[in-house]
Design a protein around this ligand. Structure first.
Ligand SMILES: [Cu+2]
Length: 152
């Protein structure tokens, strides 16, 4: 009994520590109908090597559309968006969330349908820099993008 209680206390402490440790980020589509095909946040900042929980909340959008989030290596946005665009001719493009196979993609979240919310957890790059993030739904990435700045 005492051992079980100790275990419970230990687990609670770990959970509390973990919550403090993880940098939580929530992205949404812009609430403004005129710019609904953009994220509400264009700039994010995390510390190098930090644990990150990224949530995309698509529960309320002025324009109901599936969206995703990919985070790429520094300077590769146009290349990855170009590769995503070629997936328009792929019959499975939608099922693949129009996320191309690419070693430039560091993190990805598949399409989040209108009314839905999803999260991914990852460790931020250890190398400081400006990492682009964007939606690969064809056409969205032109506006639906931002920069994740990784600091020391
Ligand atoms: Cu989108």
């Amino acid at each position: 009994m005492r051992k079980a209680l100790l275990t419970l206390l230990t687990l609670t402490s770990i959970a509390a520590l973990r919550a403090d440790d993880v940098k939580e980020i929530v992205l949404k589509p812009s609430p403004d109908a005129a710019t609904a095909l953009a994220y509400d946040t264009k700039t994010l900042t995390v510390t190098a090597g930090a644990k990150v929980k990224l949530t995309f909340d698509n529960s309320k959008s002025a324009v109901p559309q599936p969206h995703n989030v990919v985070i790429c290596k520094v300077g590769t946005k146009d290349k990855v968006l170009g590769a995503a665009m070629t997936m328009l001719s792929d019959p499975n493009g939608m099922a693949k969330s129009y996320i191309p196979e690419s070693t430039d993609i560091l993190q990805k979240m598949n399409f989040v349908q209108p009314g839905q919310t999803n999260s991914i957890e990852f460790v931020a790059p250890t190398e400081p820099g400006d990492y682009p993030y964007f939606c690969t739904f064809p056409g969205h990435g032109l506006l639906m993008n931002g920069v994740l700045t990784v600091t020391k």
